[in-house]
Design a protein around this ligand. Structure first.
Ligand code: PPS
Length: 277
């Protein structure tokens, strides 16, 4: 029902059809710089918001480069190479596909996490709204696709489990941020991020960043790179910006199914993702 999602498949991984497979392959040889900050997120976790926050912490909120989101999957290497240091780069790539040079150079990596129930709803609205996916299924048809990882960037559960293992191993320079924490206590969450990034920050600076990156502000002022592809003229990126919208969508059965999936990946008891379970 609603047709299959239009995706690019490469070695068992699903991507957006807008991604070039040779570009994804070449990314393995991407040259990182030791002062790069890499923001890693499963789609719909708040990538745009955290990209803005991190860039403001690093460059000062009054001194932003004109375009902030620099997505590894979408920008050719020559453009990324021209960005002055320190660069804030984004990716949705799962752990096994992250260019190795980020690890070799011990770059700072910020992993963004959000409640998978809200991610699922946000993803459904995003995919339904963009013609490129060629998808017109209902929520009940999309839900099993999300649950089983038959969506671009595959399974949220696998993505999250992989990163939790990496963090536990202590091998790389990784900090996790939660969408929900930035919604409930921006000051505290942002100060911890600034500490990880080793940038000076004051409560006043954090207040200014909070104001500048409010959902309303970003929806009004930021360029929405895929607005022209929207089926209904509404922003595919800046939709609601809330915690808990999933409660308007999930049936009791879907709540059970997602709980079971969390359990089967061992995520339900993990204290590090306490705010997502
Ligand atoms: S994408 O397409 O994967 O890069 O999307 P991503 O940016 O990761 O996630 C989009 C969701 O983040 C919400 N959003 C925000 N929330 C709070 N504050 C700000 N400033 C903000 N900007 C974007 C956006 O509304 C999407 O969530 P939903 O639930 O769909 O509203």
């Amino acid at each position: 029902r609603g047709g299959c999602l239009n995706m690019l498949e490469d070695a068992g991984y699903y991507f957006s059809p807008n991604v070039q497979s040779d570009h994804i392959l070449n990314l393995q040889n991407f040259k990182a710089r030791s002062d790069d900050v890499l923001l890693v997120s499963y789609p719909k976790s708040g990538t745009h918001w955290f990209s803005e926050i991190t860039t403001m912490l690093i460059h000062g909120y009054w001194n932003l480069p004109p375009e902030t989101m620099k997505h590894l999957e979408y920008f050719p290497a020559n453009i990324l190479n021209e960005i002055p240091s320190p660069r804030v780069l984004n990716t949705h790539l799962p752990y096994p596909r992250i260019p190795l040079d980020f690890f070799r150079k011990r770059c700072k990596i910020v992993v963004i996490m959000r409640n998978p129930r809200d991610v699922a709803v946000s993803y459904y609205k995003f995919i339904s709204n963009l013609s490129v996916w060629n998808y017109s299924g209902h929520w009940d048809s999309f839900f099993p696709l999300f649950l089983n990882g038959n969506v671009p960037y595959n399974s949220w559960f696998e993505h999250t489990e992989n990163w939790l293992k990496v963090i536990k191993s202590g091998k790389h320079n990784v900090h996790v941020v939660f969408y929900e924490d930035f919604q409930s206590d921006f000051q505290d969450a942002c100060r911890k991020l600034a500490d990880f990034l080793e940038v000076p920050c004051s409560p006043e600076l954090i207040d200014a960043i909070h104001r500048e990156t409010s959902f309303a502000n970003m929806k009004q002022n930021k360029e929405d790179f895929c607005l022209h592809l929207s089926k209904n003229g509404q922003s595919p990126i800046y939709r609601k910006g809330e915690v808990g919208d999933w409660q308007n969508w999930f049936t009791p059965e879907q709540i059970d199914l997602i709980d079971q999936e969390m359990e089967s990946w061992g995520l339900h008891t993990d204290p590090r993702i306490r705010c997502l379970v």
